[in-house]
Design a protein around this ligand. Structure first.
Ligand code: LLP
Length: 421
């Protein structure tokens, strides 16, 4: 639980001002028990219909964190050779790894086949050609699932939508039966089933309902061709509430996991049961964000408080190179002061130090009085946080810390100028 205690924020019995003193700011800090609780909640809510949860490493690929999930039985959804190496390093069994992505290189496909991944989610004829060629060379059979592009809008942000017919992802619906026949006939392919992922932050029941309906009709028509479908990967995309954690903290409450997760798993499960016969079909799901978002916080220190004309700014030491989601998707992440706030509030922008107008974490928010030296916590930054960080403006990427059993350990050091110059 995250809550104010003795004037500071405590997380897993750790006063977050202590790591801020020891490691300096900015830094990401994760909490092992929050991570494990959210995975276990997802697992228990989706059982028995969902057979395997393949955690999407793109959300956060730190092997220490992936290792925690591996210990709970997670598989992995990977999208590159690097993520495959990280998943294996974290001891995820190769057979529980699924490989997605519209542009897998020959080198990556060869590596994945040698490693023995559970499934390659194929997205084009060209990729299928490459797989047949490489598996012939390796004298093996490639486990293949076909990624369907169902032409459905997840109704979230356009930059995180993947399932419309004008997107680069997947194979168009009407071509799938022909692809399935080719896979079935190929001596180099073991055809496993279908994969679909229409995007992230899917909070509309209809989008999921329609997607699963399309897939279940497709299964029926492929089976009519005499090709049985035994596996379906229904993708990720369970939504996360980025705003309520801060509200409950500031109103004197505490926050743990996302209550929205219970609701989302509820409608996902209803749709699975409605459209698939789970006694015959094994279901895989590959969420990232919903597992790890609330397990991470970005801590940053105010460098200056300044006023320009009528506007007031807190300029902090983390920037969009450390955490890009607000700049890239206009997402609002809760920000709270580390020191328990009083009642006085100011309308203020919270911005980073980069030479970019978009380097802003919050605009015109009513925020507790803060000034130079104060530490702020940007909440729910465990997913698509550190993994999207960069060295833009030649800045050092921040360290990652882990709270485990009341202790804090560094699981990735802050970069040094020697590392990057
Ligand atoms: N499976 C596939 C094939 C994916 O492309 C993704 C995410 C996932 C699973 C996991 O989706 P999730 O459960 O995390 O929503 N950087 C963006 C998110 C990009 C998501 C890319 N694909 C953000 O910060 O919102």
């Amino acid at each position: 639980m995250l809550a104010y205690k003795n004037g500071s924020i405590y997380w897993g019995n750790v006063d977050l001002s202590l790591p801020a003193q020891k490691w300096g700011t900015p830094f990401y800090v994760y909490n092992r028990s929050t991570l494990e609780e959210s995975f276990t909640l997802l697992q228990s809510r989706l059982r028995p219909e969902v057979n395997t949860i393949c955690y999407a490493l793109k959300a956060n690929s730190n092997p220490h964190l992936v290792g925690c999930l591996a210990g709970l039985g997670a598989g992995a959804d990977i999208v590159s050779m690097g993520e495959l190496i990280a998943a294996r390093k974290a001891k995820i069994p190769a057979g529980k790894i699924v490989f997605s992505g519209a542009g897998k290189s020959d080198e990556e496909l060869r590596f994945a086949l040698k490693e023995g991944v559970g499934a390659i989610n194929v997205e084009s004829k060209q990729e299928l050609d490459a797989i047949e060629r490489i598996s012939a060379d390796l004298k093996t059979k490639a486990p293949v699932m076909l990624r369907v592009n169902p032409d459905i809008d997840p109704q979230s942000h356009p930059l995180i939508s993947t399932g419309k017919n004008y997107h680069k992802f997947g194979i168009s619906l009407d071509s799938i039966p022909e692809f399935a026949t080719r896979c079935k006939k190929s001596g180099r392919i073991e055809f496993l089933g279908l994969h679909v992922h229409i995007g992230s932050q899917i909070s509309r029941f209809e989008s999921i309902d329609n997607t699963f309906k399309v897939i279940s009709n497709l299964v029926k028509s492929i089976e009519k061709q005499g090709i049985p479908i035994r596996n379906i990967n229904i993708g990720g995309g369970l939504p996360v509430d980025y705003e309520s954690a801060g509200k409950s903290l500031l109103s004197g409450g505490c926050t743990g996991m996302d209550t929205g997760l219970e609701k989302a798993t509820g409608y996902w499960k209803t749709c699975i049961k409605k459209h698939f016969d789970c006694t015959k079909i094994s279901i895989v799901i590959e969420p990232g964000r919903s597992i790890i978002a609330h397990s991470g916080i970005l801590l940053t220190r105010v460098i200056y408080r300044k006023r320009n004309n009528k506007k007031e700014f807190l300029i902090v030491d983390a920037g969009m190179n450390d955490f890009i989601r607000p700049a890239l998707y206009g997402e609002t992440h809760s920000i709270v002061p580390l020191k328990e706030p009083g009642n006085l509030k100011t309308t203020i922008d919270i911005a980073g130090p980069l030479c970019e107008t978009g380097d802003v974490f919050a605009r015109d928010i009513s925020f507790p009085e803060s000034d130079k030296g104060d530490v702020l916590a940007i909440l729910s930054t465990g997913a698509y946080g550190f993994v999207l960080s960069s060295n833009y403006n030649l800045r050092l990427r921040p360290p990652e810390l882990l709270i485990d059993n009341g202790e804090v350990a560094c699981i990735r050091e802050r970069e040094s100028y020697d590392d990057i110059i």
